[in-house]
Design a protein around this ligand. Structure first.
Ligand code: FE2
Length: 152
């Protein structure tokens, strides 16, 4: 069974490979902020489970099965990060929390969050409800509520 940690490794291997064209133990250690011996240990496990191929001097390559999972995790990561930024979570925290939330998410949930993200991003102008939401975050009051009160 692939653990959350294993998923994080596959995601990191994908990101580093896309960035540099290859992934070595040291790159993954830097990306995940862990020591090289821990990377070697995990990568050997992932190799045994056929998620990666690890050759001491050639580095780490994702297998088709490993790449498939890495892409799903990365997609969840990007979707969750974009969603958190829409609801005004600062970028650094959004990045960190996307990594915590990206595991064990139902496909339907990811799809709906993605729909919301795309819905907001494709809006012809900055959505009114988001402006209201921002005001709500600072004042704790729904801007429309005041209008209703005034009408009474
Ligand atoms: Fe992540």
């Amino acid at each position: 069974m692939l653990t959350r940690k294993g998923e994080d490794y596959l995601e990191a291997i994908l990101n580093v490979t896309e960035d540099k064209g290859y992934a070595r133990i040291k790159d993954i250690a830097v990306a995940l902020d862990v020591k090289s011996p821990s990377v070697v240990e995990m990568v050997k496990k992932l190799d045994k489970m056929s998620f990666v191929v690890y050759r001491k001097y050639d580095g780490i390559t994702l297998t088709e099965k490993g790449r498939e999972i890495a892409l799903i995790i990365k997609d969840r990561h990007d979707t969750l990060k974009a969603f958190l930024e829409i609801i005004k979570v600062p970028e650094k925290i959004a990045e960190k929390d996307a990594c915590t939330m990206e595991h064990e998410l139902d496909e339907t949930t990811t799809k709906q969050i993605k729909n919301l993200v795309n819905f907001v991003k494709s809006a012809p102008e900055y959505p009114q409800w988001l402006k209201y939401f921002e005001q709500f975050c600072t004042t704790g009051k729904h801007p429309c509520e005041e209008k209703t009160h005034r009408l009474k």
